[in-house]
Design a protein around this ligand. Structure first.
Ligand SMILES: [Mn+2]
Length: 304
């Protein structure tokens, strides 16, 4: 029977989990989700239509369903025996500690791809000790935990650059092919280096334009930068603002992904800001969905 993976879309960590799944199991179906409400919606349909009966195992990676959906899984024995949630977001750790959801694994030490890798190795013994795959997981972790900056590992940063260049499906297919179990060091090919260079040039142009469109507003001693932009630029812009120290918190409204991202530019914690909008995430990077109510609240608070 095939394996099903629900994962976080549009970042190397969420996609890394699907790539691992595809390297380990013969038959994998996957569903990409923008955020928790999107996951809840898709998962609810999957449960109601009894699609889970067609799968041997169901993984939910880099995201965790809401309590309503977790309870729905918990109360369905057939389903809960198949589900494993692998996540590393602190807000999900807080929300799941009330009850004993034995199928939920949240570990703050790592990223979803590295946790999924360890899980597969331990419980399924399916991952070969492959050097390239292991290094790919390490790079994904460096990228997702922002440690790549400390150690100046541009290979890790360029996973995201390649994702922007190739698009979600292109990235998945490319890395499933590249990680071919011919054990050698992970290294970008000349073609990949060319893609990275082209993408970085394009991103620089868009970024220059975006920087001019940021609106700054000071409230309660915190300087906010607010902008509408393409989702792929949320981290690129926050890196730039961090260099310039131009605000404390970035509020990035991405219409193309229907999300609002909150990024800490100085030392302000942003998870609680996302909480006010029914979102969540990490202390320095959090998000919520871009729905009518949240957009109205942002406009009233910061843009009027
Ligand atoms: Mn992640």
């Amino acid at each position: 029977m095939p394996i099903k993976i629900f994962s976080h879309q549009a970042d190397p960590d969420g996609l890394g989990c699907i790539i691992l799944g595809k390297k380990c199991f013969d038959e994998v179906d996957y569903t990409l989700c923008k955020n928790v409400p999107d996951l809840d919606y898709k998962l609810d349909k999957f449960i109601t239509n009894e699609e889970y009966l067609n799968y041997e195992k169901i993984f939910i990676t880099d995201l965790c369903p809401s309590i309503d959906l977790l309870d729905k899984i918990l109360n369905n024995e057939k389903l809960s025996s198949k589900v494993t949630v692998i996540d590393h977001h602190i807000s999900n750790l807080e929300k799941t500690k009330e009850k004993d959801y034995s199928f939920v694994n949240i570990n703050l030490d790592g990223c979803a791809t590295s946790l999924f890798y360890d899980y597969l190795k331990k419980h399924w013994a399916l991952i070969l000790p492959d050097k390239t795959l292991k290094e790919f997981v390490e790079l994904t972790k460096l990228h997702d935990t922002w440690k790549w900056k400390e150690v100046n590992n541009l290979d890790a940063y360029h996973l995201e650059t390649l994702l922007h260049k190739l698009g979600t499906i292109g990235y998945l297919n490319h890395f499933v092919d590249k990680l071919d179990f011919v054990s050698r060091h992970f290294k970008y090919t000349d073609e990949e280096e060319k893609w990275i260079k082209e993408q970085l040039e394009e991103e620089q142009k868009y970024l220059d334009n975006l920087l001019k469109r940021v609106i700054y507003k000071k409230m309660d001693k915190i300087n906010y930068g607010i902008v509408y932009g393409l989702y792929n630029y949320r981290n690129i812009l926050s890196d730039k603002l961090r260099e310039n120290k131009s605000c404390d918190v970035l509020i990035f409204i991405a219409v193309d992904n229907e999300t609002i991202s909150f990024r800490s530019i100085s030392d302000i914690e942003v998870k609680s800001i996302a909480h006010d909008f029914n979102g969540g995430g990490h202390d320095k990077a959090a998000s919520c969905s871009l729905n009518h109510e949240n957009e109205r609240k942002i406009i009233e608070k910061f843009l009027s």
